[in-house]
Design a protein around this ligand. Sequence first.
Ligand SMILES: Nc1nc2c(c(=O)[nH]1)N[C@H]1C(S)=C(S)[C@@H](COP(=O)(O)O)O[C@H]1N2
Ligand SMILES: [Mo]
Length: 331
Amino acid sequence: MLIKRKSGIEIPSSEITPERLYSTRRQFIRGAGAIAAGSIMAACRPERPPAATVEPAAQTTGGESAGTNEVASAARTDELGDALNTLEDISSYNNYYEFTTDKEGVKGLAKDFKTDPWSIEISGLVNNPGTYDMGDLLTKFDQEERIYRLRCVEAWSMVIPWDGFPLAKLLKEVDPTSNAKYVRFETLADPEQMPGLSSPWYNWPYVEGLTIEEAMNDLTLMATGIYGQSLLPQNGAPVRLVVPWKYGFKSIKSIVKIELTDEQPTSLWMAAAPTEYGFYSNVNPEVNHPRWSQASERRIGEFSRRETLKFNGYEEQVAYLYDGLDLRQNF
Ligand SMILES: Nc1nc2c(c(=O)[nH]1)N[C@H]1C(S)=C(S)[C@@H](COP(=O)(O)O)O[C@H]1N2
Ligand SMILES: [Mo]
């Protein structure tokens, strides 16, 4: 049940969304989700190179008998010690407006989304423009695991173990010219498959953008999987961006086009509500959304709210990108 607004992302209705459902189901599902993900990893999709799996928590918690995959996975955390969300959480509560604005309705509407064949066209200010199909992306670039916090502008968050490769590696291949200052991304817009495209409030296709320096930062990931499994449609299959220090909407799903430009791209959200969503959209607890506070957030699966961290906790890695920039004006 969401509070619908004329335009813009819904007001954080955590308070209306089924928090209880998530919290109680979680205790049970966490272990089960981890086992399911583990067995899928072992049994399916041999053509997909396995992601390098790091389990820092498993290594540091002594006393657990080795080989209990279930325990190890359930105990995994990000570098701040926050527990991973389950695959169930991550794949059941989604924002993907091309399908629907109902977070729990996305997975049903997207379940038959066709992700094969799939390719990304890379054009604009590059020396080597070209088209990369999924096979190219999965074999040319080593797939690695990255555990990142995802902080939605609506003030909820999750911890997600992505698999993928740094966007920088792909950009180095296409070789941006010296005039390239921005990277513009586009999602597929297929009205046959995406019923949400009939909404007149948005300027489809979904577009996002980064500065080239942001795009080259090592944290910026092209994600192809979660928990060692290929991305599910609701999470942006077959390939989506993940920019963990920015609000979740910058992490554009199901990418079909990447263009290098010398002009700042206008994102779908900037076009929809320019006073609410700027180009940068860095997670910043000191700058509130015009309609709600950004000081705290609800971690899916937790009861009480937690404080939001500047740059979502990635300040050390990304603050240099904004030296001398007024983050209140450049929101
Ligand atoms: N194409 C597209 N990408 C999108 C969105 C969308 O509606 N369409 N929603 C964004 C928002 S608001 C968030 S919070 C994240 C959610 O990612 P998840 O559903 O995988 O958790 O995807 C982002 N990427
Ligand atoms: Mo979001």
